[in-house]
Design a protein around this ligand. Structure first.
Ligand code: ZN
Length: 305
């Protein structure tokens, strides 16, 4: 258990419950807003320094070219839902754009679309520049300033890395056009979630995860409203063909993935077995949030205000 008395990085409440530990960090859940967060919680400066120089040694994916190849599977799976929210969009911002495949695809689909990518990791940002053929900046969204107002801002599996909710969501509000949407791909989980639900939580690279009501709390606090919310059982992600087609660093795991893909219905059976143990505790969600017609007072300091 925690020796200190942590406060929630979203709502500031200190009441919490212990979930589990990984790599010497506790994961706790806030009683008030249901956010899961790690203890000790990193300072903003430290977290982004880590990401900028991270060589992804601990993860299955090492080189930018391999990351690019595996993002293709991910994007092809999720492009239809992303495109639904891009109808009529003139400008799109991809926060944590990685090696740039999504921006590249969006540019092919609509050559007039203004596209900007933000990527903190130096080698991925450089790679994205060669692929996406648009502006890629190695800069946190919290300090990004521009006259452009974006009709869509994408955060695909990014939120769990972001240390300051105030700085992030105030910045997103400033960068978003009045009718625009912030589209998030995020995990959402209930208090019943078990550590064994995921092979590796990638803590402390991931520093928090949403509870089931947390996104509504975020909207209320920062002046947004939910315009689209799709929850899929996380087993659909874990045992999806797109994940199994992505080749990682371990040759053994790659071979295992290939052999599972070769067996008809294997993924479906694995997903069913997984759901029997972990079902209805952990979701992979797409959430689109837009601006409320009138916004509550600003919370925290915003670099764009
Ligand atoms: Zn909280």
């Amino acid at each position: 258990m925690t020796g200190t008395n942590p406060t929630c990085p979203l709502c500031g409440d200190s009441r919490h419950r212990f979930a589990f530990s990984e790599r010497g960090f506790d994961l706790v859940q806030c009683d008030a807003c249901e956010l899961f967060y790690i203890v000790p919680f990193p300072m903003a400066h430290d977290q982004y320094k880590t990401v900028a120089n991270y060589d992804y040694d601990e993860l299955a994916i090492v080189s930018p070219s391999r990351h690019y190849a595996s993002s293709q599977h991910f994007c092809d799976e999720f492009l239809p839902v992303i495109r639904q929210h891009l109808v009529g969009a003139r400008a799109v911002l991809d926060v944590g754009c990685g090696t740039g495949y999504l921006l590249e695809r969006l540019g092919q689909l609509d050559p007039r679309l203004i596209r900007v990518g933000l990527e903190l990791n130096a080698s991925r940002a450089a790679y994205a520049q060669t692929k996406a053929n648009c502006e890629i900046r190695q800069e946190p969204v919290e300090s990004y300033q521009t006259a452009t107002r974006f009709d869509a801002i994408l955060l695909m599996n990014v939120l769990s890395h972001v240390p300051s909710f105030d700085a992030l969501f105030n910045s997103l509000y400033s960068l978003l056009s009045d009718r625009g949407v912030v589209l998030l791909k995020v995990g959402e989980m209930t208090s019943r979630v078990k550590r064994s639900a995921v092979y590796d939580w990638a803590i402390p690279d991931h520093i928090h995860f949403l509870g089931m009501t947390t996104i509504q709390r975020i909207c209320d606090k920062y002046g947004f409203r939910i315009v689209y919310h799709e929850r899929r059982p996380v087993s659909k992600d874990i045992f999806s063909a797109y994940k199994f087609r992505s080749q990682g660093r371990s040759r053994l795991r790659n071979a295992l993935k290939r052999s599972i893909l070769a067996v008809p219905f294997a993924l479906r059976l694995l997903a069913r077995a997984y759901d029997a143990v972990h079902g209805k505790a952990f979701y992979s969600s797409f959430v689109a949030i837009g601006k409320q017609p009138s916004r509550p007072a600003m919370h925290g300091a915003s670099p764009n205000s």
